[in-house]
Design a binder for this molecule. Structure first.
Ligand SMILES: Cc1cc2nc3c(=O)[nH]c(=O)nc-3n(C[C@H](O)[C@H](O)[C@H](O)COP(=O)(O)OP(=O)(O)OC[C@H]3O[C@@H](n4cnc5c(N)ncnc54)[C@H](O)[C@@H]3O)c2cc1C
Length: 523
């Protein structure tokens, strides 16, 4: 049995674990991720990546690579439609084009790129940035004390056990989260919605697509309900099936996976394609549970839940992985600041305070999309009103000790249209075009950033260590950030506004704000 020490141990080396490792590496903090599988995801699963995820990808220098990978596989203007079958009629258009209405809000775009393509890119970058990623290693035990966490690991090839001592653990171990189970953290929400399947297949569907965009194609007919995601050739892809049969109100309808034979899989796939003239070859079938639940807490002492371990949603809307990436962004800089001694450990309390209400909101919104798009007959009375995707991506509001309210907060509101956000503390610091393809978003990621207009006293003020000042003389800046000519905005390393002053600036106020956010002594 060997003993190793590492600042952060991450259980799970999939989308969220690798993102956490990469962001910690970018902040100069070593981590070790352990993943029981031999490699990264083998199936596409997540495919729809939102602006927030792409902004993170841009900040770590991977935007071009990810967009190229996306363009190889998907049409960049793919939308979300509903058909009776691929050969049948188009019944609804949910989203005309993936990026409709986003112009001006971000320096990047939403993309369709498969999880099995994205994860190796994140993994490589995490390792480049100093992270250790160990595959075929399972975390089998966890014990924490006042100073750290002891995690028992088993090498699944040799059977050898080892022990790692970490200051903090991130449990990015998926919706079944063995770590969450061990910590006795319950999930709350709608429970299991269906026992769904995903059929991975090859079939020449191109002639059926005509000029229809190939993003997400919902299918609804008497045999099944679910959705297709096809690559840009129309020749490979997958079909998710959430319900079978005409009457979706029965238990059998949502238990798609039970008693499934090869013949039944082939028949369901053919019913979704809608014509026997196009033969299909099934490559694999994955069984999974559609759920809509959030953890009752996202932290237990030195262990933090992130990603599907903390909230699990049905894939309708593409929220699962994207929400997990934002967990990682929120958590990584806080862990780094505490580990480097820049912040007090109370900063870590803000993780649950900021992320869990948004996790709950996201669970509700994914449920709203599932209930109304997939099984409206099961009733939509208990669903919360639909919130537009752009608001869910860019208009979320966080409250905690790491956000300093300036009187603009109107209470419990967790979301607002991005055009109304105007840089209020607790929201995403807006994109302002700085010219030459540069954005304010590009300034964030590693340190606190003080943004000030040229006329502000903040532009020439002495700032605390760990804060970088940028004087912004770009059109629309002061309006976008909701500050006056003499004001300034302090953006946290995760791109969230932590504090702002609308009029007038005093260096002492800035120092006090940074100290409050970090739970550190002022000065
Ligand atoms: C059909 C489908 C379509 C989807 N589409 C989208 C989409 O378009 N957009 C989107 O954002 N999301 C989508 N999702 C959801 C997305 O796939 C998940 O939210 C995402 O994978 C969560 O990442 P994670 O890292 O938190 O968990 P996971 O991907 O589940 O990874 C957890 C990892 O932890 C490992 N692990 C568990 N326990 C241990 C242990 N004890 N020791 C070592 N390793 C361990 C597991 O092997 C696993 O690799 C979709 C999901 C499905 C099923």
């Amino acid at each position: 049995m060997t003993n190793e020490e590492i600042p952060v141990l991450i259980v799970g080396g999939s989308l969220v674990g690798l993102t956490t490792a990469m962001l910690l590496g970018d902040l100069g903090v070593p981590s070790m991720s352990v993943e029981r599988h031999a490699g990264t995801a083998i199936h596409p699963r997540a495919g729809h990546f939102q602006l927030g995820t792409m902004e993170m990808v841009r900040q770590v220098g991977l935007e071009d690579e990810v967009r190229e990978a996306s363009a190889r596989t998907y049409h960049p203007k793919g939308g979300i439609i509903e058909v009776s079958s691929l050969a049948g009629e188009q019944r609804a258009t949910y989203v005309e084009e993936l990026n409709e209405g986003v112009e001006g809000y971000s320096p990047t775009v939403r993309v369709f790129v498969n999880q099995d393509v994205l994860e190796p890119i994140l993994r490589r970058r995490a390792i480049e940035l100093g992270a250790t990623v160990r595959n075929r290693v399972e975390a089998t035990g966890i014990e924490q004390d006042a100073d750290g966490v002891t995690v028992t690991l088993r090498d699944l090839d040799s059977g050898e056990e080892s022990v790692v001592r970490a200051r903090y653990v991130v449990a990015a171990d998926g919706n079944r989260s063995p770590m969450r189970e061990r910590l006795g953290i319950a999930m709350q929400g709608y429970g299991e919605l269906s026992r769904s399947i995903t059929i991975y297949f090859r079939a020449d569907c191109a002639p059926l697509l005509r000029d229809r965009n190939q993003g997400v194609i919902y299918v609804r007919n008497d045999a099944l309900r679910g959705f297709f995601r096809l690559d840009r050739t129309g020749g490979t892809g997958f079909l998710v099936i959430n319900t079978v049969g005409e009457d979706v109100t029965t238990d059998e309808a949502v238990n798609v996976g039970e008693g499934l034979t090869d013949e039944r899989v082939a028949a369901l796939l053919q019913a979704a394609i809608g014509t026997p003239d196009i033969p299909a070859e099934v490559i694999d079938v994955a069984h999974w549970r559609a759920e809509s639940n959030v953890a009752e807490r996202m932290r237990d002492g030195r262990v933090f839940l992130a990603g599907d371990a903390a909230h699990v949603v049905p894939p309708n809307g593409g929220y699962g992985g994207n929400t997990g990436v934002q967990d990682a962004r929120n958590l990584a800089w806080k862990l780094a600041a505490v580990i480097k001694g820049d912040a007090g450990s109370a900063l870590l309390d803000s993780y649950d305070a900021e992320r869990r209400p948004l996790g709950r909101l996201t669970v509700e919104q994914a449920y709203t999309r599932y209930a109304s798009r997939v099984v409206p007959e099961r009733g939509t009375d208990d669903v919360e009103p639909f919130i537009p995707d752009l608001t869910m991506e860019l208009g979320l509001v966080m409250r905690s000790g790491a956000v300093i309210e300036d009187g603009s907060d109107d209470g419990g509101l967790l979301h607002m249209p991005p055009a109304d956000v105007r840089g209020r503390p607790g929201t995403r610091a807006p994109h302002v075009d700085l010219g030459d393809g540069r954005s304010t978003i590009d300034l964030f990621g590693r340190e606190f950033v003080l943004l000030a207009p040229p006329g502000s006293p903040a532009a020439s003020a002495t700032v605390p260590a760990g804060v970088a000042t940028h004087v912004i003389d770009a059109p629309g800046f002061i309006e976008a950030y909701g500050i006056a000519h003499h004001g300034a905005s302090l953006v946290r390393p995760d791109g969230i506004v932590g504090w702002r002053t609308s009029d007038g600036f005093a260096a002492g106020d800035l120092s006090a704000a940074v100290a409050t956010i970090l739970d550190a002594d002022a000065g």
